[in-house]
Design a protein around this ligand. Structure first.
Ligand code: ZN
Ligand code: ZN
Length: 639
C-alpha cells in the first residue's frame, strides 16, 4: 500500500452522486459514513446519517450509522474509510471539534491506516480554482482531509482526490482456502442443477410471485445458466450462475420499474451451508438496508416515504423497490415542515405527544395543524365513522367515507409527515379499559378534549388532572356563534369542572350552553367559525408544548395568560353575542369576531382540583355504568 503521505483518494461516480444528493443538497450540517473496497484508496459507497445530532458547528454520527456501517462491511466486502459532513458558510477546512473527532476515529479504529474526513461547502461567488484536494459537486465542493498515525502523533492534512468511473474494482483475494472439490462438481451441469434447485427453494421460501424460468446463456465464451425472477414491487432479478456455483455467487442484475438496471453484489458467505446460501443472500438483499429495499409511498418517482408496511397500509401506499433509504426523505420532509416557522417554534415539539379525544370538525383540524407544525406523536380517540356530512368542516375527503375517523385522520397525517407515530382507538371514551386510558393520558404531554359530549369532557378532566397532564378543552355552542378554549394545568389553574361552573354564572348564555360544550356535531355551523376557535386552540397547544429551554417566540402567547390566571378563552363569532355587549358595548369599532379571556374560579370542594379531602381518584369512578341487563342478571342470580 502507498504511504499515506503519497495517497490519492478516488471517489466513484456513484459515491459522488450520493454525496451530492444527501450531503450537499440538504441544509448543513449533514453527514454520513464513507466505505470502499478493502485495502484500496477508493470511496465507493456513502451511508447517509439523517438521524445524526448536529449543531451549527459540529456533527455527531448516530448509533444507527454504526450498525449500518457494520452491516455493509459484513455483507458487501467493504471497509469503513471515514466520515464526511457539510459545513454552513464557506468553512472548507476541518474545525477544531472536527479534528478532535478525526483523531478519536483513528484511536477507536486502530486497524485503519488512515481516516478520511471530507468537508462539503457551498462554493462562494469569488472562490478561486479548486485545490488538488477538492472536487466540484455543482453548487458545492468537496474538500478532502485525512488523518494518520505518524509515530505516536496523529498527522492531519489535505489529501489529493480524483473521480473514477468504476463503482467497484476487483475484490481482494479471498482469505478462505477451499478444499479440492469432489469430481462430480467439476461438471457445469451439476452446478446448474444445484443452482436451479436452490433458486426454486429461495423463491418458495421468500414467497415471491412465480416460479423462476431457467435458460442457457453464454457470456465471454463461458456457458452459464440464467434465470429471471419477478419480485412484487416492480423489481426483476436476472441471475447468471457459472460452473463455480455454489462456491462462486451467481452474477445478479436488478432492473427497477423505471428501467434502470444495475449489477448487484450478492452477499455471499461460504460460512452458510451451500443449500441455504442463495436463499440467505436473497433475503439479505431484499430486506434491510439495500442496495434496494422495499419502500412504500413513492414520491418524486424514486424515494420511498416509509419502510413500515403497517404505516403504509393506513396511509394507502403501495410497495415498490427503491434505491434510497426512507430515512433520508423523512428527514427532508421534517426540514420542510419546520422551514417556515424558525424562531416561532422549535424542533422540541417533535418529541411531544398529543392525545386528541374527538376527531370531528375541531379535533381533525387541530390534529392536522399540529402535524403540519411538526408534532410527530399523536394519540387519536373517536368511535365514529366518516360520513358525507362531515366533509364540509373536517379534514376528511370522499375516499375516507365509511372508514373510522381515527383511520382516516391517521391516513391524512401520514400523508403530511410519513414519520408521525400514531396510536388509534376507534372506541367511545367510556368503552376504554380505565388503565389503558390512564396510561395514554399519562404518556401524553398534552390532552385535547374536543368530544361533543360534556360527560366525556368531564371524564377527560378527571383523568388528565389526576395524572398531572396539561389539557385543553375546546367547545362551541349555538351553531358556533360562541366558543371557548379552556387551559388546565394541574395544580396551577382551576380545572375544567370549575371553569364550566364559572360559565354557568353568565345568565345571558347559560340557557344556550346548558347542553354543554362542543355540541356542534349535528348543528348548523360554518367551518370558518369552527376553525376560528380551533385555530386559537392550536396556537395555545403549540405554545404549551414548547419547553422552557426552547428559543421560540410563540411561548409569549401563553405566558401572560398563565401569569394573570386568565386561562378561559372565549370567542364570539357574531356581533352582540353572550356577555360581549355588556363588556365591549361602549368600545368603538367592535363587531364580530371578539375574544375575551376570563379567570375561572376554583371551588375548594371540587372533586377534581379542590382540597385534598374532597378529591376522588378518577379510576375509582367507573368509566361505564353496568348495563341494565347485567344488573338484572346479577339480581336474578341473587334471588
Ligand atoms: Zn465540522
Ligand atoms: Zn375543579
Amino acid at each position: 500500500m502507498a504511504l499515506p503521505q503519497n495517497l490519492t483518494i478516488c471517489f466513484s461516480k456513484r459515491a459522488l452522486r450520493d454525496i451530492e444528493r444527501n450531503i450537499a443538497q440538504p441544509q448543513p450540517e449533514q453527514g454520513g459514513a464513507l466505505l470502499g473496497p478493502i485495502g484500496q484508496p477508493l470511496i465507493s459507497h456513502l451511508i447517509p446519517d439523517p438521524a445524526a445530532r448536529t449543531t451549527g458547528a459540529s456533527y455527531f454520527p448516530s448509533d444507527q450509522l454504526t450498525s449500518k456501517v457494520q452491516e455493509m462491511e459484513r455483507y458487501h466486502n467493504l471497509e469503513f474509510k471515514g466520515i464526511i459532513h457539510s459545513h454552513p458558510g464557506s468553512l472548507d477546512r476541518l474545525s477544531g471539534p472536527d479534528e478532535e473527532a478525526l483523531a478519536e476515529g483513528l484511536r477507536i479504529n486502530p486497524h485503519m491506516d488512515y481516516f478520511i474526513a471530507p468537508i462539503v461547502t457551498r462554493k462562494g461567488f469569488f472562490s478561486g480554482a479548486l485545490g488538488e484536494h477538492e472536487l466540484d459537486l455543482g453548487q458545492t465542493k468537496l474538500s478532502c482531509y485525512m488523518g494518520y498515525n505518524r509515530g505516536s502523533r496523529i498527522e492531519i492534512s489535505p489529501v489529493p482526490v480524483q473521480t473514477v468511473r468504476a463503482a467497484m474494482p476487483d475484490r481482494p483475494e479471498p482469505t478462505t482456502t477451499l478444499a479440492p472439490s469432489a469430481p462430480a462438481s467439476h461438471s457445469p451441469s451439476f452446478a446448474f442443477s444445484r443452482f436451479e434447485q436452490h433458486l426454486k427453494q429461495a423463491v418458495k421460501h421468500l414467497n415471491l410471485m412465480e416460479d423462476p424460468r431457467f435458460f442457457p446463456l453464454v457470456q465471454d465464451g463461458v456457458d452459464l445458466r440464467g434465470s429471471t425472477v419477478q419480485v412484487e414491487g416492480g423489481l426483476e432479478l436476472l441471475f447468471m450462475a457459472g460452473g463455480g456455483y455454489p462456491v462462486a455467487a451467481p452474477v445478479l442484475l436488478a432492473t427497477l420499474e423505471d428501467g434502470n438496471t444495475e449489477q448487484l453484489q450478492m452477499p455471499w458467505s461460504l460460512e452458510v451451508p451451500a443449500a441455504e446460501r442463495l436463499t440467505r443472500a436473497m433475503k439479505d438483499l431484499l430486506s434491510g438496508s439495500g442496495p434496494y429495499r422495499k419502500g412504500y409511498g413513492v414520491i418524486l418517482g424514486k424515494s420511498a416515504l416509509t419502510d413500515n408496511p403497517e404505516r403504509a397500509a393506513i396511509a394507502g401506499w403501495s410497495g415498490r423497490f427503491v434505491a434510497e433509504d426512507p430515512a433520508v426523505i423523512q428527514a427532508q420532509v421534517r426540514e420542510g415542515l419546520f422551514a417556515r416557522s424558525q424562531g416561532l417554534l422549535s424542533q422540541h415539539i417533535r418529541q411531544k405527544r398529543v392525545l386528541i379525544a374527538g376527531a370531528g370538525s375541531v379535533g381533525s383540524y387541530m390534529a392536522e395543524q399540529l402535524v403540519r407544525q411538526g408534532v410527530e406523536q399523536i394519540t387519536l380517540i373517536d368511535p365514529d365513522g366518516v360520513e358525507l356530512a362531515n366533509l364540509n368542516r373536517s379534514s376528511y375527503d370522499l375516499a375516507d367515507v365509511g372508514r373510522t375517523k381515527v383511520d382516516a385522520l391517521a391516513c391524512r397525517l401520514l400523508n403530511i409527515n410519513p414519520g408521525v407515530e400514531i396510536t388509534r382507538s376507534p372506541l367511545d371514551l367510556f368503552d376504554h379499559d380505565p388503565e389503558t386510558l390512564a396510561s395514554w393520558i399519562e404518556a401524553a404531554d398534552l390532552v385535547i378534549g374536543t368530544t361533543d359530549q360534556p360527560k366525556a369532557q368531564q371524564a377527560l378532566n378527571r383523568y388528565a388532572h389526576g395524572l398531572g397532564t396539561t389539557a385543553l378543552y375546546v367547545g362551541l355552542y349555538d351553531g358556533a356563534q360562541g366558543g371557548e378554549v379552556l387551559l388546565v394545568i394541574p395544580e396551577k389553574t382551576p380545572c375544567y369542572a370549575c371553569a364550566a361552573a364559572t360559565r354557568q354564572g353568565f345568565q345571558e348564555v347559560s340557557s344556550s350552553v346548558d347542553y354543554g360544550t362542543g355540541r356542534v356535531s349535528g348543528e348548523m355551523a360554518l367551518v370558518a367559525d369552527i376553525h376560528h376557535v380551533a385555530s386559537g386552540a392550536v396556537k395555545l397547544a403549540l405554545a404549551l408544548l414548547l419547553p422552557p429551554e426552547a428559543e421560540a417566540n410563540l411561548k409569549a402567547f401563553v405566558e401572560p395568560l398563565l401569569e394573570s390566571g386568565q386561562t378561559f378563552l372565549t370567542f364570539s363569532m357574531v356581533p352582540n353575542y353572550w356577555f360581549y355587549p355588556q363588556l365591549l358595548g361602549q368600545v368603538p369599532g367592535q363587531f364580530a369576531y371578539q375574544s375575551v379571556c376570563l379567570t375561572p374560579e376554583k371551588s375548594d370542594t371540587c372533586p377534581v382540583c379542590g382540597a385534598p379531602e374532597h378529591r376522588i381518584d378518577p379510576r375509582s369512578i367507573p368509566l361505564k355504568a353496568p348495563a341494565v341487563t347485567d344488573l338484572r342478571a346479577v339480581l336474578a342470580e341473587a334471588s
